[in-house]
Design a binder for this molecule. Structure first.
Ligand code: HEC
Ligand code: HEC
Ligand code: HEC
Ligand code: HEC
Ligand code: HEC
Length: 224
C-alpha cells in the first residue's frame, strides 16, 4: 500500500464513516491550496507594502542639515525667514541674504553642517539648493496669502506638519514614476491619513475647501 492510500484509509476510518477516500484527497488538495493562497497573499502583501514603496521612491538628502528649533530660538519667529511680502507673494525658503544677517565667513560654532554651509555657500556666495517637500506639480496654483490671511488663518503645521519644531532636515523622497515629492501622496501606501498634513493630494485640498467654504472646487481655482 502506498503512503497516500495508507493515509486515506486512516482518514476514512477516523471520519464519521460516510466519507469516501476520494473526499479526503480533495480536502487535502483544498488545504494545500488554502495554504498556498495564504503564503502567496502574504508574500504579495509584504512586497506591495514594504518593497514597492522602497522601489518607488528615491531618497535625496538636503545639501546640509538645517536645525529649525535652534533657528526659531535665535531668530524669534517663523516670520523672520518665511513671510508674506506686501504684494501678497510668499518668500518661501529664505535666500542666503537672510542667513547673512547672522552668519559670516567665520563659523559661529563647530558643527560640520555649519562648516559646509560657510565653505560651500557663504564664501562662494551661492544660494543653497533646498529641496521643497511640499512642492506641487507645475499645473497647480497655490497661494499662501489665500490661506494665511483669510478668515481662517491656518497655521503652518496644519499643512506642513511640525517642521518648524524639528532639529534636523529629513530626507526628500521622490516618486520615480511621477517625479513628485512623497509628501503629495503621503507616507501611507494606501493613502490613509491620521493628520491633516499626512498628504496634500488634489482630494486633500478639495476636502478642506468643501468643509471650510462649501465650494465645489472649479478646476481653474487650483489649475491655471
Ligand atoms: C532662520 C530662518 C528660518 C526660520 C526662523 C524658520 N525657518 Fe522654516 N525653513 C528655513 C530653511 C533654510 C528651510 C529649508 C531647509 C529645510 O527644509 O529644512 C526651511 C523650510 C521650512 C519648511 C519646509 C517647506 C517644504 O515644503 O520644503 C517649512 C514648512 C518651514 N520651514 C516652516 C517653518 C516654521 C513653521 C517656522 C517657525 C516655527 C520656521 N520655518 C522658521 C529657514 C527658517
Ligand atoms: C538670527 C540669526 C541667524 C540667522 C538669520 C541664521 N542663523 Fe544659522 N545659526 C545661528 C546661530 C546662533 C547658530 C549656532 C552656532 C553654533 O553654536 O553652532 C547657527 C547655526 C547654524 C548651522 C549649524 C547648526 C547645526 O546644528 O549644525 C547651520 C547649518 C546654519 N546655522 C545655517 C543657517 C542658514 C542656512 C540660514 C539661512 C536660511 C541661517 N543659518 C540663518 C544664527 C542664525
Ligand atoms: C486646511 C484647509 C485647506 C487646505 C488643506 C487647502 N486649502 Fe486652499 N483654501 C482654504 C480656505 C479656507 C480658502 C479661502 C480663504 C478665504 O477666502 O478666506 C482657500 C483658498 C484657496 C485658493 C484661492 C481661491 C480663490 O477663489 O481665490 C486657492 C487657489 C487654493 N485655496 C488652493 C489650494 C490648493 C492647491 C491646496 C492643496 C495643495 C489647498 N488650497 C489646500 C483652505 C484650505
Ligand atoms: C493650506 C496649506 C498650507 C498652509 C497653511 C501653509 N502652507 Fe506652506 N506650502 C503649502 C503648499 C501646497 C506648498 C507648495 C507650493 C507649490 O509647490 O507651489 C507650500 C510651500 C511652502 C514652502 C516652500 C516654498 C517654496 O516655493 O520654496 C515653505 C517654506 C512654506 N510653505 C512654509 C510655510 C509656512 C512658514 C507656513 C505658515 C506661516 C505655511 N507654509 C503655511 C501649503 C501650505
Ligand atoms: C482644490 C484645488 C484643486 C481643484 C479645485 C482641482 N484640482 Fe486638480 N490637482 C490639484 C492638486 C493639488 C494636484 C496635484 C496633486 C495630485 O496629483 O493629487 C492636482 C492634479 C491634477 C491632475 C494630475 C496632474 C498631474 O500632473 O499629476 C489632473 C489631471 C487634474 N488635477 C485635473 C483637475 C480637474 C479636471 C479639475 C476640475 C474638475 C481639478 N483638477 C480641480 C488641485 C486641484
Amino acid at each position: 500500500m502506498s503512503e497516500i492510500e495508507n493515509k486515506a484509509e486512516n482518514g476514512s476510518t477516523e471520519s464519521a464513516g460516510e466519507c469516501t477516500t476520494g473526499d479526503t484527497k480533495d480536502d487535502k488538495g483544498l488545504g494545500l491550496g488554502v495554504i498556498f493562497f495564504i503564503v502567496a497573499f502574504i508574500v504579495c502583501f509584504l512586497s506591495g507594502t514594504l518593497l514597492f514603496p522602497k522601489l518607488l521612491y528615491s531618497k535625496k538628502e538636503q545639501p546640509f542639515n538645517f536645525d529649525h528649533e535652534l533657528h526659531v530660538g535665535e531668530a524669534g519667529d517663523c516670520d523672520a525667514c518665511h513671510s508674506l511680502r506686501d504684494d501678497g507673494s510668499f518668500t518661501g525658503i529664505p535666500k542666503l541674504e537672510t542667513c547673512l544677517d547672522c552668519h559670516s565667513e567665520e563659523p559661529m560654532g563647530e558643527t560640520d553642517d555649519e562648516a559646509i554651509f560657510t565653505q560651500e555657500y557663504v564664501v562662494k556666495e551661492k544660494e543653497v539648493p533646498w529641496l521643497v517637500y511640499s512642492r506641487q506639480p507645475d499645473c497647480v496654483y497655490f497661494s499662501h496669502a489665500a490661506h494665511l490671511l483669510g478668515k481662517d488663518e491656518m497655521d503652518c503645521a496644519s499643512c506642513h506638519g511640525p517642521i518648524g519644531e524639528s532639529t534636523s532636515s529629513r530626507p526628500y523622497e521622490e516618486n520615480r514614476l511621477t517625479g513628485y515629492s512623497r509628501d503629495i501622496w503621503g507616507k501611507n501606501i494606501f493613502g490613509i491619513k491620521k493628520n491633516s498634513w499626512d498628504s496634500m493630494k488634489m482630494d486633500d485640498c478639495a476636502e478642506c475647501h468643501k468643509e471650510k467654504n462649501d465650494q465645489k472646487g472649479y478646476c481653474f481655482q487650483c489649475h491655471k
